[in-house]
Structures are given as structure tokens and as C-alpha cells.
Design a protein around this ligand. Structure first.
Ligand SMILES: Cc1cc2nc3c(=O)[nH]c(=O)nc-3n(C[C@H](O)[C@H](O)[C@H](O)COP(=O)(O)OP(=O)(O)OC[C@H]3O[C@@H](n4cnc5c(N)ncnc54)[C@H](O)[C@@H]3O)c2cc1C
Length: 350
């Protein structure tokens, strides 16, 4: 079988990349073994352009956020399924000073596209604790990633472009003009396998810095029209269920749920919401982040048919559409990858 791209892994990276490549007329074969660690299957899927305690605009927000409804909307149409939920994020203020600050900043051209309203009095009571009001954000929401992955897998399967199997790297042969993997001949092999990349013979030198995180599935008797978010988020996923999280740990990178992760989330939730909840499940995942917290895309320094698309870190939903499009353009017409995301910044480590 001959294809343009052999893609290893079908998390968010492999999904968005295979979709972009197919859109540009390339052929793909995607290999994925869903039983393996996947950050994408645990993620709550929030996208939010203004984050952190200081509430600053996230890196490249103006480039990334317009592509979110566009790319996932096209995927929804192709798959005949709905997984993008556009929903405001509500961030309660810590103080009157913060409220005043945002009342002024509302008209700032850099922030205005992302602010729906500045609440100067409590809103969404009695569910959300917000004595000083809060910031209601737009161009925000959540992506049902497990549903997207399942729907896209079926789309690929129907086109004979997906295999549910573990990629055995020792049977990959890399030549000057392409690669051979078992019965597949491809122009490129593209690693979209998240933290599993650390075990690859080609990529051990890349500075991935995995970050473990927990998410809780909760049941609560409330209908929230927004995603409350301050140090912790609570995403309404329907039928009285919510996903709350998350934590960030650089050590103990195992996938066994740890009581300290649950405790950290519940303590922060108690500061944010007033409704009682019940924890139904705790899930753990490991985010494929890099040392400089930027994605990493592009060709191996020595083997020009071997590519990487990784490092989506904590913000895969917003980064994946733009980065996948950039990599596709690079493969199609050799266009330069932006230096901030291009693998060349790490070539000196090889
Ligand atoms: C707790 C938690 C909460 C998060 N919340 C958010 C959020 O709210 N918003 C957001 O934008 N991001 C969030 N993220 C981050 C997000 O999950 C990642 O940025 C993104 O999903 C990474 O996607 P990926 O495809 O690069 O990697 P992965 O999802 O890890 O996918 C890698 C794929 O490769 C496959 N694979 C690996 N090795 C092999 C092999 N040998 N053979 C075959 N297949 C293989 C795996 O099975 C997997 O499917 C969160 C992550 C965690 C852990």
C-alpha cells in the first residue's frame, strides 16, 4: 500500500493533521492503539484565550482562536456529529480592584474580541461564588475530544486509512526517498504519538517535558450556562454531569489516580461554586509538553522523511488546528514553519 503520510497516533495531533492532509489531497494511513496513554482521552477540552491568575491573553490567541470553530466545524460536518460546544467562560474577580481594572480594559482593542461582558455585581447566583462580579469571556467553550476521536477514527476506517494497532518502530525502514513500514510505503512518517515519543529511536533527544493532570467527573444538581473558571474549571457536559480540573504535576508520572489530585481540585472548587457535588470518577493523563511550552513540528535533522508533530501541552484544542495547517502547508509547498514552533530550535540538541 502506498500513501503520502504514515501517521503514528490519533490523539488531537494525529486527528487534526490527518484531516488537514486529506483536505489538501494527500493520502494517509493512521496507526493508533487507543489502549495506550492518551492525553486527548482525558482532557476536558476547554479553549479559553484569557488565562492564568493575571488573566493575560494566551500566546498567539489572535491566530489560533479564529481557526477553532472553522476546523472543528468542518470535522463535525465530515463526521456528521457534534463535538464543539461554544460556551462562555466565567472568571469571578478576586477583588474590587480587579473589577475596576477590567472595566477599563474592556475597550482595549487587544482584549475586546474576547470579552462578552464585565459583571460588576454577582451573577449566576446561587451557583457561582462571585461577590465582586466577574469577566464573561467569548470565543470560548469545550471540545468533546473522545467523541471527535471516535468519529474521526470511523471516518478514516471507512476510507481504509486507519489501523487499530501498536506501531512497532523496529520494523520501520527509513530511506532517502521515504519510509517502509510492514506493507505500507510512505513519503513521510509523522510522529503524533504524544509522550510515547520519548521511547522512539529518532526522538529521544527532543526536550519533551510531560505534565501529569487529573480531571474529576462530577454529578451536581445545577444547570450552568457558563464554564466557571478560576484556578479550577467546571465544564457542564450535560445531564447533570460536569468535568472539573485540572492539576499539573511534573513528578510521579504514573496513571494511577492519586488522592492528592482529587483533593486539590475539590478544595479549589469549594472556593468557586456553592452547589454540592458528588465525584463519580477521577481520570489521569499525561500532557505532551515541551521545555519551552511551545509545540514542536517539522523534520528530523538527519532523516528528512521522518517528522514530528507534538508538544501540544496544556492547550491542544486551540493549538492543534493552526499547527496542523502549518505543517500541512510545509509538506505541500515547503513553506517555512514559524521559528517558535519549528523543530529547528532544538537541532543543536541532536
Ligand atoms: C488532565 C488533563 C486535562 C487537559 N485539559 C485540557 C483542556 O481543557 N484543553 C486543552 O486544550 N487541552 C487539555 N489537555 C491537554 C491535551 O490533552 C493535549 O494537549 C492533547 O490532547 C495532546 O494530543 P496529542 O495527540 O499530541 O497526544 P495524545 O493525546 O497523547 O495522543 C497520542 C496518541 O498516540 C497513540 N500512540 C502512542 N504510541 C503508540 C504506538 N506505539 N502505536 C500506536 N499508537 C500509539 C496513543 O494511543 C494516543 O492516541 C489536558 C490534558 C490532561 C492530561
Amino acid at each position: 500500500m502506498k500513501v503520502d503520510a504514515l501517521i503514528i497516533g490519533q490523539g488531537l495531533a494525529g486527528t487534526l493533521l490527518s484531516y488537514n492532509l486529506l483536505k489538501q489531497g494527500f493520502s494517509v494511513m493512521v496507526l493508533d492503539q487507543p489502549q495506550l496513554t492518551a492525553s486527548s482521552r482525558v482532557a476536558a477540552g476547554i479553549y479559553n484565550p484569557i488565562t492564568g491568575r493575571q488573566m493575560v491573553k494566551t500566546w498567539w490567541a489572535d491566530r489560533l482562536f479564529p481557526l477553532i470553530p472553522q476546523a472543528y466545524g468542518e470535522l463535525e460536518q465530515l463526521c456528521g456529529s457534534l463535538f464543539l460546544h461554544q460556551m462562555p467562560v466565567y472568571r469571578p474577580f478576586f477583588s474590587i480592584a480587579e473589577q475596576n481594572d477590567w472595566s477599563g480594559r474592556w475597550s482595549d482593542a487587544a482584549y475586546a474580541p474576547y470579552i462578552e461582558q464585565v459583571h460588576v455585581a454577582p451573577a449566576y447566583t446561587p451557583h457561582i461564588k462571585n461577590p465582586y462580579g466577574g469577566l464573561l469571556l467569548k470565543q470560548t467553550g469545550w471540545l468533546d475530544i473522545p467523541l471527535l476521536l471516535q468519529a474521526w477514527k470511523q471516518y478514516l476506517q471507512a476510507r481504509n486509512s486507519f489501523r487499530s494497532e501498536i506501531f512497532q518502530e523496529d520494523t520501520l525502514e527509513v530511506g532517502g526517498e521515504g519510509v517502509n513500514y510492514q506493507n505500507v510505503e510512505a513519503r513521510w512518517v509523522i510522529y503524533c504519538n504524544g509522550t510515547a515519543q520519548l521511547q522512539s529511536r529518532f526522538w529521544q533527544w527532543l526536550p519533551l517535558r510531560p505534565v501529569k493532570g487529573d480531571v474529576l467527573l462530577l454529578q451536581a444538581n445545577a444547570a450552568l450556562p457558563v464554564i466557571p473558571n478560576r484556578g479550577v474549571f467546571m465544564v457542564p457536559v450535560g445531564e447533570g454531569l460536569f468535568r472539573a480540573g485540572s492539576t499539573y504535576y511534573h513528578q510521579d508520572l504514573h496513571l494511577t489516580p492519586d488522592p492528592k489530585g482529587r483533593q486539590e481540585i475539590e478544595e479549589k472548587l469549594a472556593d468557586l461554586i456553592s452547589i454540592p457535588w458528588q465525584v463519580l470518577e477521577q481520570q489521569v493523563g499525561i500532557r505532551p509538553a515541551t521545555k519551552d511550552r511551545r509545540p514542536v513540528l517539522g523534520p528530523h535533522p538527519e532523516h528528512k522523511s521522518v517528522y514530528v508533530f507534538n508538544g501540544l501541552g496544556t492547550k491542544g484544542v486551540s493549538l492543534a488546528p493552526y499547527c496542523a495547517e502549518m505543517l500541512t502547508q510545509h509538506l505541500k509547498n515547503g513553506s517555512d514553519l514559524a521559528t517558535e514552533i519549528c523543530i529547528e530550535r532544538f537541532y543543536s540538541l541532536y
